[in-house]
Each structure stands twice: as C-alpha cells, then as structure tokens.
Design a protein around this ligand. Structure first.
Ligand SMILES: C[S@@+](CC[C@H](N)C(=O)[O-])C[C@H]1O[C@@H](n2cnc3c(N)ncnc32)[C@H](O)[C@@H]1O
Ligand code: SF4
Length: 371
C-alpha cells in the first residue's frame, strides 16, 4: 500500500503549543499554493498509484469551499480512505458538501479539550459548542470522524481531562487521537518556558487508557484509539514503514528507500515549483543499521509491536536487552517485540535506544512524519 499526503499550511491563528508547518495571515497565498500543489503532483507522482489520501496541516478547512473543490479535483479520486483535517470553527455546510463530492471519507477534528477556559488559554478560537455543532454536521453528512484531544495542558486538572474525554466518548466518534502536550522551543509555550508536570500527565494518560478501553476503543498506536474496524489505514502505512508521497511545503516523502523533505517556507516552496524544480530541501537514502532502526521505531509505535526478525536481533542485541530488562518492552511468544504500558509512556526513551541521534518527533508524529 502507498499513501498520498497533502499539506495545507494555513491557520487562522497560531496555537500557543504548535510547531507544525502552519502560518497565520497567509490565506491570500492560497490560490498560488493550490496551483503549486497541482504542479508538484504532476512533477513527482511518476505514474505511482495511491491507496490512501490524507490532507493535513495546518488547517485544510481554512480553504474556501471552492478551493477545497479545486484541490480535490486535482488530488481526489477513489481511495480506500481519504482523510481531511479540520478545526471546529472553520467548517460549514458548503465545505462539508464539497468534501463529500470530492471523495473525502473521514474527517479529523481538532478539539483538544472540551473546557472553554482551557481552549482560550492555549490560543484556540472555538468553543465546545462550536465543536458539537460541527461534529453533528459531519456525522449527519456520513463521514467517519476522528477527534484530537490533548492532555497535560497548563492549568488542566485530572478531573477536567477525564471530563473532556467522557464528553467526547459520549458522542461515539470512530477514532480518537490523544496527545500529551509537548513544549516545543519555537512556540509561545516554549518561549514562556511552560513546564509539564510529568506525574500528573502520567495520571491523565493512565486514566484515559482505562476510560477508552471501557468504552470499547482499541489502543492500537501510542497516541491513537479506534472503535473496531476504524483504525487509520493511511497512518498505518507510516508505522509499517510503507511508502508515501508528500506534497506541499514542509511535506516529506518515503519512496524507494529514500526519505526526502520539501522546503518548509511557503515562498521557497512555491518559487521552486514555479521554476519547474521539485521543491526538495533534503533527501537521504536510508540503509543498513539506520534503515533498520527507523523500522523498529515506527513499528514499536503500534501496540501490536513488530516481528523481531534475526536481522533486527543481530543489529540491536544490546538495545533489545536493555528495553526488555527495564520493563519498557516485551518479546512475546510469537517473537514480537512490543511496548509495555510503561514503555508507551516512555516511548521517546525507548526509541532513542534504536535511532541515534533521536529527536522527539512530537505527538503529531504521524502527521509530522509526512508534514
Ligand atoms: C494539524 S493539527 C489538527 C487540525 C487543525 N489544525 C486543528 O488544530 O484543529 C494536529 C493536532 O496535533 C496536536 N498537536 C499539535 N501540536 C502539539 C503539541 N505541541 N503537543 C501536543 N499535541 C499537539 C493537536 O491535537 C492538533 O489537533
Ligand atoms: S494546532 Fe492546528 S490550528 Fe493550531 S496552529 Fe497547529 S495546525 Fe494550526
């Protein structure tokens, strides 16, 4: 299977925690950007076919209904799964209809928390009520829906975290992504030197795991939970180390064993494509130990773990022993190496054993892998 990722970098405002390739105040560049995406797709697709489509950001729902229709004319079509990310304050009936007509099957809504007080304190523009209205409209239109929630937000209590999750679970979404706040240097929170209380974060995550299991959600990836039959097909391609083509500024691709990343500045990206050049900022062939380490890292993100082949064992005998001895992973009877609950919480430490130097990919690892 192969995935197609399309990055839309526009946002109404920049949230205080977010370090994604996302710009506020740049919507006037949308027409130029959509033309560049179309051209990049022509230049780079090389006859490849794709099983899944993921349009992420930034906030793709910041595009107008006619821009969404244009984008989907270019990259839409018949996919096993076609996901579109949206913030709750930027979808309306016209956009929802353009998404439906363009073949989108799944919407991913960034809620973050159900508490209006906390939403304001992290720079979000929507309220819980806005979210409910949008969620109902998406469901009525027949979409499968994912909801993004965050925990360990500054000032958030355990009770508030539980309440947000319960409020979302009462709506029965198909899929839920749950990210612990990562404080990134270049964000407002990073500049303010916001600190995360790791013990409280741990309690929030533990409580969420129990509530999600009780509600019938399968925990299938470090940050992702699905009702049976609703795991993200596209994101599983990343975690299985499959191929994907990423279009747009800051997007990365993994094709033929080579990982490459596009320019992450809007102007550089558009200028390269307009000059007829692929907008690639860096490319690296992954082979040997490095390629194996990446496979382990991605595979361990899945709760089912990875088949621990002799190839992995001879490349990482010491590392495997370390993570098992510390109780971070187990090698089960089927010879699969998988994270324990402890390992899930300390995943970045586990990954650092296999890939050096390891930089935390952050909570949106799957999007960032492609963004
Ligand atoms: C591209 S956004 C989702 C769509 C839309 N832009 C929105 O925010 O509603 C991806 C998600 O990553 C999560 N995220 C981003 N930065 C994060 C951070 N620093 N720590 C934890 N989660 C983060 C948030 O849950 C966010 O909804
Ligand atoms: S969290 Fe979403 S809306 Fe907020 S800045 Fe990041 S990409 Fe934009």
């Amino acid at each position: 299977m192969r995935g197609l990722y399309v990055h839309i970098p526009f946002c109404a405002v920049k949230c205080f925690y977010c370090d994604f390739t996302a710009f506020s105040g740049q919507k006037s560049q949308a027409a130029r950007y959509l033309r560049a995406l179309e051209r990049e797709f022509e230049m780079t697709r090389q006859g490849l076919s794709f099983d899944t489509l993921y349009i992420g950001g930034g906030t793709p729902s910041e595009l107008s209904a006619s821009e969404i229709a244009e984008l989907l004319r270019n990259v839409g079509g018949e996919y096993r799964e076609a996901t579109f990310e949206a913030s709750p304050d930027s979808l309306d009936a016209e956009k929802i209809s353009a998404l439906r007509l363009g073949g989108v099957t799944r919407l991913s809504l960034g809620l973050e928390t159900a508490e209006d007080r906390l939403l304001r304190s992290v720079g979000r523009r929507h309220t819980w009520k806005d979210f409910l209205r949008t969620y109902d409209a998406c469901r009525a239109a027949g979409f499968s829906v994912n909801v993004d929630l965050m925990y360990a937000l500054p000032g958030q209590t355990l009770a508030e975290c539980d309440r947000s999750l319960d409020a979302v679970l009462s709506l029965s979404p198909d899929h839920l992504s749950l990210y612990g706040l990562q404080v990134e240097d270049r964000t407002l929170f990073g500049k303010r030197e916001v600190e995360v209380d790791e013990d409280l974060a741990r309690s929030m995550f533990e409580s969420a795991l129990d509530r999600l299991a009780a509600a019938g959600f399968e925990h299938y990836e470090i940050s992702n939970f699905a009702r049976p039959g609703h795991q993200s097909v596209h994101n599983r391609i990343y975690w299985r180390n499959g191929e994907y083509l990423g279009l747009g500024c800051g997007a990365s691709s993994f094709l033929n064993g080579t990982r490459r990343a596009n320019h992450d500045r809007l102007g550089d990206y558009c200028a390269a494509v307009e000059a007829g050049r692929p907008p690639i900022a860096e490319a690296e062939r992954l082979d040997g130990r490095r390629a194996l380490g990446e496979k382990v890292l991605l595979g361990l993100r899945l709760i089912e773990g990875i088949d621990w082949t002799p190839e992995f064992d001879s490349a990482f005998p010491r590392e495997k022993r370390h993570v098992v001895e510390r109780g971070w992973a187990v090698l089960d009877d089927d010879n699969r190496l998988r994270l324990t609950r402890e390992g899930v919480f300390l995943a970045n430490k586990v990954f650092a054993e296999f890939v050096e130097p390891f930089r935390s990919p952050g909570p949106g690892a799957l999007q960032e892998a492609a963004a």
